[in-house]
Design a binder for this molecule. Sequence first.
Ligand code: FAD
Length: 367
Amino acid sequence: MVVVGGGPVGSTLGLLVPGALVLEAGRFPRDKPCGEGLLPAGVEVLRRAGIELQEAGYPAIAGIQYRAPGAPWARAALSGTPGRGVRRLRFDRLLAATAGVRPGCRVLGLRQLPSGVEVQTSEGAVGAEAVVVAAGIGSPLVRQLGWASPRGDAQRFGLVGHLEAVGGDGDIVVSLLPSFETYLAPVGEREVLVAVLGSRAALRSAAGDREERYRRLLAAAHPELAGAPLSGPVWGAGPFPRPVTQVASGRVFLAGDASGFLDPLTGDGITAGLQQVEFLAQALAEDLTSAAARYRRWHRAQWRRRRMVGYLARQLSGRPSLTRRALRGLAERPAALERLINVSQGSSGWGALGAADWAALLNWGRR
Ligand SMILES: Cc1cc2nc3c(=O)[nH]c(=O)nc-3n(C[C@H](O)[C@H](O)[C@H](O)COP(=O)(O)OP(=O)(O)OC[C@H]3O[C@@H](n4cnc5c(N)ncnc54)[C@H](O)[C@@H]3O)c2cc1C
């Protein structure tokens, strides 16, 4: 099998499928704009693939806090295995090195043949029984396959930076401001990541160059970080969402962001991709001829669940009175938020949320 892309998703597939050839265009260490919060379900997939993040020194994430001006903080504890702050510079290198990824080799095109797939690379052509494209958001290969969706209207963007500071008290902190959101994750002993997310207009509402705008928006949510030095560049990210029309056909499969990207606000991107490749590794080992149909069905259900959670999260932002109401309800009933996060990371289904949880989430009848 050939895997295109040695990011976290492609590398993990390389760990799960003995003999897989993982081709990566870049060289490590390399950075990637991300929120760097890995949910417990993702930590568990990596454990099953042989990677122990705790031993590798990645900070634990104990919970997720939601904050908004004029509302109490709502906090969900992450039950069982903690999440991890995964500084991508180190994390991606660790996974790629463990999986034996081949760096500096770009895949240029794919051709499905009756007996396999011809993979054209910057180093010549390679034959493969099956190919998994895990080449990240907006991959040109997905466009070449004709599987990219046209972009929608509601485009969102991000600004991502790292600060030399301690923050979040071991939690991910999501701050819901009237026109944008911030997402903070502790990623080192004295390093936090903060992503600012919103429409292009919202991210341009502050004056100055990219770094100045980032600092102004960040300070609105986290005044305590206003003076903290940046420990790297400020990255732009987006647009999102980036859906696709197809995730598998014949012997070609998409995984990770290449199989569709929703929104960073839910912080489930890496986890979802790791779950996809765990399913795919199993399906391919069982029967290559039925794997595409099985994966399409499984992926569709995962996508629907993630889209619904993303929709709920997005509904909370940008409507200050609704946000305050919901946070009040969730602060009083943290179990509802914990169950919603379990749905978000795929460790339970919607049935886990009872009527009282929905009432807390929406805080019906309160003003
Ligand atoms: C602002 C922001 C915040 C986010 N926050 C979080 C978060 O907190 N938690 C979370 O879990 N997720 C988060 N995500 C999502 C997360 O970053 C992605 O889901 C994750 O990186 C997907 O991994 P991947 O391996 O699919 O793709 P990538 O990490 O993009 O890796 C793809 C790899 O493929 C390589 N490649 C591309 N084309 C080729 C080619 N033709 N040939 C060979 N190699 C190629 C690239 O060089 C790259 O190394 C966030 C995303 C954004 C933008």
